[in-house]
Design a protein around this ligand. Structure first.
Ligand code: LLP
Length: 387
């Protein structure tokens, strides 16, 4: 039996909670990305590994030809293990440890995205010790707001990320004294879950101003990395499961002024994997409260922390019941009041052992799982395995 997009019978043989990844949707999404980015000369897409590093998912993304955006040594290892070529690996992050920088240097990765002069000096020293020159891009904080949740906005002056526009000249001036780093790019990222193309257009305008300023100093870099941030439709995961990449890339093509052969790099996470994943959980108990009823499920905030951490909405469906709709608070078993997936959620009438799908959980789901309460980490299965 399939209810909606889920092979429910197959799910009965799998220990819940678990992540289910629809690889057909993932491949459709990747095909759309490569087709739409491919319309424009020099557009190169990297996948932000932080969104989901499941070892069954990464090779599919690599096969589509995307590069990898990493923010830790562990992510660099995961990318290499999945077969991403080192010359398509970018290493970003506000606090890179020496061993992580050395890992990048040893593998001759494409570029380090650098966030301060102090970091530039450390990379220069470590590269010198290896007789190498590191390729670096400067991460600039463009002070552009994004219409998204405060915890996932990154491009405002008050955020910890990047080098401010004011400090940029001083940072550029430091390069002649640092012969083991080579400036090859500029890097930006204004936030995540952005659906308003106007925010990306605002970023482009800021980059244009900055590049015009650098041009007066005859500084022109090989590539502009505009970060990621394209959002997905959490309310209606089935309505447009593949995000509007056509509009996204067209926006950058229209608004970003490029110099010479400059390439444009993107690092998308959520938009690549968000809709292909669901967290499948089993109802343990239906509990009647005084004013409401609770569906107590076996997944908790340890498996998917987004609702607790960001008050994020994920659509929840009962995939084993056709009974009339009733309202439930869907809660997990963790000893925390914030362990709630949704309040007053309409579900087909639920009973013990029903399976619920918590949708749009492919990005920042499995990867953010924790072992709190000594719980085992959830496993991930693909539709290739479960049919
Ligand atoms: N590039 C940089 C520099 C980033 O910091 C991020 C995400 C990305 C790319 C990828 O962004 P995306 O395309 O996925 O929006 N855990 C949060 C999201 C944190 C995003 C962190 N940075 C959540 O669950 O919503």
């Amino acid at each position: 039996m399939m209810k909606g997009i889920f092979p429910v019978e197959k799910f009965r043989n799998v220990q819940t909670p678990f992540y289910y990844y629809d690889t057909k949707l993932l491949r459709d999404t990747l095909n759309t990305i490569t087709r739409e980015a491919g319309r424009y000369e020099g557009f190169q897409v990297h996948y932000a590994i932080k969104a989901n590093a499941n070892e069954k998912i990464l090779p599919i993304i690599r096969e589509a030809g995307l590069g990898a955006d990493c923010v830790s040594g562990g992510e660099i290892r995961a990318a290499l293990q999945a077969g991403f070529p080192a010359d398509k690996i970018v290493f970003a992050g506000v606090g890179k440890a020496d061993w992580e920088i050395n890992l990048g240097l040893d593998n001759d990765i494409f570029c380090f995205n650098v966030e301060s002069v102090a970091e530039l000096e450390v990379i220069n020293g470590l590269a010198e010790a290896k007789g190498k020159t590191a390729r670096v891009a400067l991460r600039i904080n463009p002070d552009v707001g994004a219409h998204t949740h405060a915890h996932i906005t990154t491009g405002r002056a008050e955020n910890k990320f990047g080098i401010s526009m004011e400090q940029l000249d001083a940072v550029v001036d430091s390069f002649p004294a640092l012969p083991h780093v080579q400036l090859v790019g500029l890097h930006f990222h204004i936030g995540s879950q952005i659906l308003d193309m106007g925010d990306f257009a605002a970023l482009c305008n800021r980059i244009n101003e900055l590049q015009a300023r650098l041009a007066t100093r005859r500084i022109m870099v090989e590539h502009i990395n505009v970060g990621g941030g394209l959002g997905i439709d959490y309310q209606h995961p089935n309505r447009q499961p593949v995000p509007d990449f056509a509009a996204y890339f067209a926006c950058y093509n229209k608004h970003l002024r490029r110099y010479g052969q400059q390439t444009v790099h993107f690092e998308l996470g959520r938009a690549v994997v968000g809709q292909c994943g669901s967290l499948i959980t089993q109802v343990l108990y239906i509990k009647q409260g005084t004013q409401k009823q609770f569906a107590i499920v076996d997944a908790g905030m340890t498996d998917l922390i987004r609702p607790a951490l960001y008050q994020a909405y994920h659509k929840i469906e009962n995939i084993t019941s056709e009974r009339p709709m009733e309202a439930y608070d869907v809660v997990g078993p963790i000893c925390e009041s914030s362990d709630v997936f949704g309040k007053a959620i309409d579900l087909n009438g639920a009973s013990r052992h029903d399976l619920l799908a918590i949708r749009s959980a492919g990005a920042y789901g499995e990867i953010m799982a924790s072992g709190y309460n000594c719980r085992p980490l959830p496993k991930g299965y693909t539709s290739d395995e479960l049919g």
